[in-house]
Each structure stands twice: as C-alpha cells, then as structure tokens.
Write a protein that binds this ligand. Structure first.
Ligand SMILES: Nc1ncnc2c1ncn2[C@@H]1O[C@H](COP(=O)(O)OP(=O)(O)O)[C@@H](O)[C@H]1O
Ligand SMILES: [Mg+2]
Length: 327
C-alpha cells in the first residue's frame, strides 16, 4: 500500500486570489526524462515553503519554470494572479530568484552587481540606493560593497548571489539550494533573512536537500520526489501524521506475510509498522517470522522526524550526505 498524498482540491476563487504562487498540473520532460509529472503547489503570502527532495527530484526544474526561465510542457503558474507564460514581464517583476548555480558579475564590484540587478527590476535613484544598502547590510556585505566580486570568498559570493535575488524586495522569493557549500555564517544570515522576509509578507520557496534546515526554519513542507509532490503541509502536522515512531524491517525479497501486521505500510521489500514502542514490537514480531527471518536485511527504529515522513511516503531512506534517496 502506498500513502501518496492525494492532490489537494482546487482552491475556491477567493482562496486562489490570496495565493502569491499558484502552480497547477505542471509537467516537464527533457527527452525521455520526466522531470515533473504533474505538480500542484499553492503558497500564501508570509509563508516559507521548504521544497525538499533528493538530487534529481525536480526542484530546479520547478523553480526555473516558476521564475519563467523554462517553459512547462503542460500546466499553469500564476504569481500574484499573473500568468507566467502569458505575461512574463509582469510576473517576473514580482519574483526574485537565486538560481542553484551562482551568477554574479565577477569583474565589477559588489555594489555595482547590486545596482545593476536592482536597476533591471525597475528601481531608481534613492530607492535603489536604499535597497542596495539595506540588502547588503542584511547579508553582511556592507563592508564589501567596493570589492570586486572576483575577490570574494565562496561564502561571500553566495551571500551576494542571494542579495541580488532580494534587492528589489520581491513578493515571491525563490531560493534554489541557497546554502549548498555555504559557511556557517552565510548559512545563518540567509536563514535569518528568509524568516524576516516572510514576516514582511513575502512568500518564499526554499529548495534544499537538508531536512534540518526546514526544521530550523519551521517552514511548511513540500516534499518532492521523482517529479511529484509526495507530501505537503505544516511541519508538525506532517510529522504527526506520517513521522511517528515506527519499526522498519527490510528484506531481501518480498515482505513475508508474518510481517504484514495490521496498520503496517508495505513497500516492495520493506515494511513500516507504526508503534509507540518499536523495540517492544520488534521483540514480539521477529520470533514470528520463522524461516523467513533468513531474508531479513535490516531492523530499524524510526523516530518522529521529517526523515521518517519521507520514508513513510516513499518507502525509501533519505540520505542527505549524498542527497540521494537510498533503496
Ligand atoms: N537540461 C536538462 N536536460 C536533460 N535532463 C535534465 C535537464 N535538467 C534536469 N534534467 C533532469 O531532470 C530531472 C530533474 O532535475 P532537477 O530539476 O535539476 O532536479 P533537482 O534540482 O531536484 O536536483 C533529473 O533527472 C535531471 O537529470
Ligand atoms: Mg537542483
């Protein structure tokens, strides 16, 4: 039995009007690779959505389509009620994107990078100056404004890259793995800024493969896997719903009948048995396996966490060191 989350019902008109981001039925393939297999995602102002998923899940494809950089094969994206495909210029003024790969102009200064991108977003003169200074201060770049971008450290460059996405105070902020390769200070500053942007009413889509960042941000969760949103909701709700403690058994081959107890969730060669006392459950269950015990590969206790949510909905483990999901 799989516990994939059903697609949410289409929001009614007044709810849809409140959404800053309204993504429906997005599909995208590259040749024979299906990157997005029908994604719906609704984000309200003032919320942070952690777009969480292993490498290759489709995060960058989705973020790029929302930003208008790639065209979907099917589906619609509305930002503040503006359709990204039909009215890209208006939509793009509402969006700030920090792509996964850092893009800053290396031969000019930090100040000129920020001025250039603020100017592209339509800011002028004093307002532009104010935003450049304010954003630089928030990301610890105030003392580096006169430095050429080529002479920044990796962490400083990461901060400039993030500052460029935020300098025009976009209503929708898209950050694609903003802390990958970042030092501790940079990471802290980015997370703090994301929180303050949400408090000011922006909507933030924050893609990452680090589960703990979402726990730290207390963000809403959109788990993406193989091009589909497999779980969506508040962090605490999802953990309460799917992430409760459990006993997990993996087998070489199919799960034997004796391990398919009531309430268990079976995924091809593994079974998850929710239990407030997983060790006690193991002590009772394992002797009942009899000869089938020889096919047992692993016995594990899953504690309530986002990682347990991922396991529960996909049947696979989430390894963020390699950011790949393991069988
Ligand atoms: N330009 C591209 N051409 C071909 N395949 C691509 C391209 N971009 C992404 N893909 C594939 O689409 C899938 C989703 O990739 P991506 O959106 O980059 O995922 P993520 O950002 O979650 O790692 C992967 O299988 C990836 O190899
Ligand atoms: Mg990516």
């Amino acid at each position: 039995m799989s516990v994939a989350t059903p697609a949410p019902p289409a929001p009614n008109r007044s709810a849809a009007n409140r959404l800053l981001l309204d993504v429906r039925g997005i599909r995208k393939r590259y040749g024979s690779t299906v990157a997005l297999a029908g994604v719906d995602l609704a984000v309200e102002p003032g919320t942070i959505v952690g777009l969480l998923g292993p490498n290759g899940a489709g995060k960058t494809s989705l973020v790029s389509i929302v930003a208008g950089l790639r065209r979907p094969d099917a589906g619609t994206v509305c930002i503040g009620g503006v359709d990204v495909v039909r009215d890209p210029e208006r939509a793009q003024r509402l969006v700030g994107l920090a792509p996964q790969d850092t893009g800053v102009y290396l031969t000019i200064t930090v100040r000129d990078n920020l001025r250039f991108f603020a100017g592209l977003a339509g800011l002028r003169r004093r307002e532009l100056q104010r935003r450049v200074d304010g954003t630089a201060a928030a990301l610890g770049l105030a003392d580096l404004l006169g430095r050429r971008a080529s002479d920044l450290s990796g962490g400083e460059r990461r901060r400039l890259h993030t500052a460029i996405a935020l300098v025009h105070r976009p209503r929708l902020v898209l950050l694609d793995e903003p802390t990958t390769g970042a030092d501790v200070r940079t990471r802290g500053e980015i997370l703090a800024l994301v929180r303050s942007l949400a408090e000011d009413g922006s909507a933030i889509v924050y893609s990452t493969h680090y589960l703990h960042e979402i726990e730290e941000l207390q963000a809403e969760v959109a788990f993406i896997d193989c091009g589909r949103i497999v779980a969506r909701g508040g962090l605490d709700d999802l953990i309460a719903q799917h992430g409760a403690s459990a006993l997990e058994l993996s087998f070489d081959g199919p799960v034997p009948a004796a391990a398919r107890v009531e309430g268990s969730i079976v995924h091809s060669s593994s079974v998850r048995i929710p239990s407030p006392d997983p060790a006690g459950t193991a002590a009772r269950l394992l002797p009942r396996l009899g000869a089938d015990a020889s096919t047992l590969r692993a016995v594990e206790v899953a504690r309530p966490s986002l990682e347990a949510v991922f396991r529960s909905v996909t049947g696979r483990r989430y390894d963020e060191r390699t950011s790949e999901s393991l069988p």
